[in-house]
Design a protein around this ligand. Sequence first.
Ligand code: HEM
Length: 207
Amino acid sequence: MTTSAAPKADSIMARLKAGTAAQHAVAESKPLEAALIQGSIGHAQYQKYLAQRWLIHRELENATDLALKSDSRLLSLQLPTLYQTQNLETDLAQLKTDLRSIQPLPGASHLIQEIHQAKPATLMGIYYVFEGSKNGARYISKSLAKAGQTALRYLDPHGEEQRPLWLKFRADMDAIDWTATEQDEMVQAAQATFDAISSLDDAIHAG
Ligand code: HEM
């Protein structure tokens, strides 16, 4: 048994991390993300950010429910325990947002189309980006809490359980027998997801 915290060099999680490292650097440097981590984001922008994420997570988690029925390899991941739609609805209700008024910006529409077309493995490439983003989001939630924000269920859904849950997700993803083609498609999907999120961040920041 290995006790190493790092994924195996040729594992899908290592490939996903290496294949999106440059895009993570871009995403992290976006002005919207800077405003989030500095705790300086305005109320309206934070609300928009959560609203667009809600549209995406709703589709992602509906598609995941279907994928779980068609591909039993995904069952070990226990994905429903990681879902975020309810957390977003709690935050958006606290911010008095009318969910029916939310319209997708192009980055979100694009991603939602990709989600609808994705096969189960490809969907897990998209899922990886949002699951991984909980790592940085925990830091963001601490900055926003200091700035007085209390609608933080989405950014810090697991509290102290974040690290163990991430390590479990990583180990379970690596234990699945993905084909070489699936692995390529997962990395491509993760890259496209980062691109969509960065474009969405820019649109929210500009608006
Ligand atoms: C202020 C912005 C951000 C900061 C400070 C940040 C920070 C971090 C940190 C510290 C980790 C490493 C966790 C660890 O290995 O222990 C991480 C991982 C990750 N983040 Fe971010 N992040 C930010 C934005 C984003 C965005 C916008 C996304 C995509 C929506 C994202 C997706 C990911 C993913 C997928 C991982 C997992 C990488 C892996 O495979 O190990 N992050 N982030």
